[in-house]
Design a protein around this ligand. Structure first.
Ligand code: FUB
Ligand code: ZN
Length: 677
């Protein structure tokens, strides 16, 4: 592998000490993980059902029956993607319930638990997770197959509907959890289950087997991770196979559809790949230029492609990743780091189509963007990747969860009017208040796993350089040129002070610190002959590091008004305010109803007062700045000759976007119209 590529440090080597993220991680440990286990067990009153433990137990019984030589007859086999069979109030104990990908929710939860256990041993939590691991292992069929939907609905149909069914997706999440579990506990139980399922998949698909690839990507990056953990090259090769078969003619999705159509007596469809852009299977991945289709799928595919580019040192794949990065981050990303401009198919829209109110911006898609960004950083440390990763993490990823960790957003628009959500079909996907759980609950446990593994986003290292991508207070155990070095990164955003200190160890090498574009400072105070150079938005400090060496700096985080490119019609003549990595928004609670009537001057950013306020159990920095409110008489005619708007002064209060909607339901708006002069 190319020595310039970097890798995240083992999770326990990056211990977050930061006030802000420390609270989030502790929230996940103490509140979110226990809450989500209750949800997976369907014990949250008034919440949508998960069916996770139900399906696992039912599948385990079916597997046991098959092993005992009994004939297993499925209860129901409608074969549809979203089945809610029978009467949910009186569920049949042997029937599968929920979406076909329901298994993945528990796998994500387990992965989050594993990360938490890596950071802090907890016997009670481990015992609970062990129950989940045992349930999963019991639901695995003798040949390694593991997907409760097909085990309960007709195993003979397994792998016949890769386009819309999710066996390979569930496999991917199982594998991610298994590697995390192995790393946390040293146990092989779940890893072996993942390997056995991988082997079952590899017996069916691959250069010597059938052509096929996942309809919902993730297996690609998961297989690469399994390869990195075990050193077993067959998993890397299977991942590569899935990547390279994708989008080639004849389309495996079309062939699969035609087999289904034949059974239904319908004429065949053309077998060219070009119809499958929703699944990113419209052309070979190496030729892709634009982020298209289902946003989470696209981001997970990009992550797998970036892994392949790194692990195979594949410049053609890296170039494809760069093109897709550009399309995503420069043409299709919300200022909040969300992606997915349309709810139709939970998908990317055309370039610059970024509507604020009908936005989809699924929490999982922002998580996928952070995965992609971290992998691009591993390929090449460029601050632009880190800035996007940071934007996604601090804004859309966190907005997916309430400050108490007990309710969640699936979609994250930049403008919400609860009254409109109630009455407008076009906004049916927008929930104006976070939900306790979802029938399709992909997002909540995804938040738990990414926040619990934050250390893997803070820093990466190669042989001679430690890259610090996110300015998040932490203790970092790096290894430079084979020598261990314990570092302490302290960041006090409130006081505008930061330092990086060598606590223990001596090593020759470089520490590359990202300089965030939102930070204003006059350079570093260095202690001890450190040489400094700058590259791609990182300051690179090189020396023979000794205990006590330190880099210190004082900074400010001025409030800034940001405008979107004039090509973004929906944000024309509007600005949003940001401070540090946080995007701010106006809420009805502080500014009254009719947020579209507010007017701001971009220069008012300089006059913004920063104070702390309780936003629902947590005290956070808020902004107050002078603006105007257009007077809107209730009886004004619908149309009238133009006149200068009647405006009154208004003190506008803005709160961090991620923290909105923690003080009850109300309007919210990120983009604010600029005052006419
Ligand atoms: O299909 C599995 C997950 O459910 C997707 O990633 C989400 O967008 C949701 O559709
Ligand atoms: Zn989701």
């Amino acid at each position: 592998m190319n020595e310039a590529y970097s890798a995240p440090l083992p999770l326990r080597s990056v211990r977050v000490t930061d006030d802000f993220w420390g609270r989030e991680m502790e929230l996940i440990r103490s509140a979110v993980i226990p809450y989500q286990w209750e949800a997976l067990n369907d014990r949250i009153p008034g919440a949508a059902k998960s069916w996770w433990t139900h399906n696992m137990r039912a599948a385990a019984r079916a597997v046991a029956a098959k092993k005992a030589g009994k004939i297993y007859t499925p209860v129901d086999r409608t074969g549809d993607i979203a089945r809610q069979p029978q009467d949910e109030a009186r569920p049949h104990p042997d029937a599968f319930y929920g979406w076909v990908f329901q298994d993945s929710d528990g796998y994500k939860w387990l992965e989050a638990v594993a990360y938490q256990l890596s950071l802090r041993p907890d016997e009670a939590l481990k015992a609970q997770a062990q129950q989940a691991v045992d349930m999963i292992c019991a639901a695995q069929e003798e040949d390694g197959y593991l997907d409760t939907y097909y085990t309960l609905n007709g195993r003979e149909n397994a792998f016949t509907y890769l386009k819309d069914h999710h066996e390979l997706y569930c496999f991917g999440h199982l594998t991610e959890a298994a590697v995390a579990w192995k790393q946390a506990t040293g146990q092989d139980d779940l890893l072996n289950a993942a390997r056995r399922f991988a082997a079952c998949i590899a017996r069916r698909f691959g250069p010597k087997g059938e052509r096929g690839c996942p309809g919902h990507e993730i297996a690609e990056m998961a297989l690469m991770r399994l390869y990195e953990e075990t050193g077993e090259e067959e998993w890397r090769d299977l991942s590569r196979f899935f990547l390279d078969v994708r989008g080639t003619d004849p389309s495996t999705f079309a062939l699969e559809e035609n087999r289904r159509r034949q059974v239904q007596g319908q004429p065949p469809l053309p077998v060219t790949a070009d119809r499958y852009s929703y699944y990113q299977a419209h052309r070979p991945v190496r030729q892709m230029k634009e982020a298209v289709g289902h946003a989470v799928r696209q981001m997970y595919l990009c992550s797998g492609m970036a892994d392949e580019a790194r692990l195979m040192d594949d410049p053609e794949m890296k170039a494809a990743c760069e093109r897709l990065w550009h399309s995503t981050a420069q043409e299709k990303m919300y200022v909040t780091g969300g992606v997915g401009g349309t709810h139709v198919g939970e998908a990317f829209s055309r370039p610059y189509d970024l509507p604020a109110d009908t936005a989809y911006s699924e929490t999982c898609a922002a998580i996928g963007l952070a995965f992609f960004a971290r992998r691009m950083l591993q390929l090449e440390p460029r601050a632009e990747y880190a800035e996007v990763m940071e934007r996604a993490l601090y804004n859309t990823v966190l907005s997916g969860m309430a400050l108490d960790g007990k309710s969640f957003f699936y979609v994250n628009p930049l403008e919400v009017d609860p009254a409109a959500c109630e009455s407008d079909e076009r906004l049916r996907h927008v929930k104006p208040i976070r939900q306790k759980w979802f029938g399709c609950a992909c997002c909540p446990p995804n938040i738990a796993r990414i926040v619990s593994s934050l250390g893997q986003y803070i820093a990466t290292q190669n042989r001679d350089t430690l890259y610090i991508h996110l300015l998040i207070g932490s203790e970092i155990d790096a290894v430079l040129n084979g020598a261990p070095l314990k570092l302490r990164l302290d960041v006090d955003m409130g006081a505008g002070k930061a330092s990086l200190t060598v606590a223990e160890g001596s090593a020759q090498g470089a520490i590359a610190l990202r300089e965030p574009s939102w930070m204003r400072f006059n350079g570093y105070q260095l202690c001890g002959g450190i040489s400094v150079r700058s590259s791609q938005g990182y300051s690179i400090f090189t020396k023979a590091w000794q205990p006590g060496d330190s880099i210190e700096w004082a900074f400010t985080m001025p409030v800034q008004a940001l405008a979107a490119s004039p090509l973004v019609k929906e944000a024309m003549d509007q600005v949003c305010f940001v401070r540090g990595p946080f995007v701010y928004c106006a809420e009805e609670k502080d500014n009254g109803k009719g947020l579209h009537l507010l007017r701001v001057r971009p220069e008012a950013a300089k006059e913004a007062a920063v104070t702390e306020a309780d936003l629902g159990g947590v005290s956070l920095p808020i902004l107050t700045l002078p603006g105007k409110r257009v007077k809107a008489a209730a009886n004004a005619p619908l149309y009238a000759p133009w006149q200068p708007p009647q405006e009154e002064d208004a003190a506008i209060t803005l709160v961090p976007y991620f923290a909105w909607n923690n003080r009850g339901m109300g309007e919210m708006r990120v983009w604010l119209p600029v005052e006419q002069r």
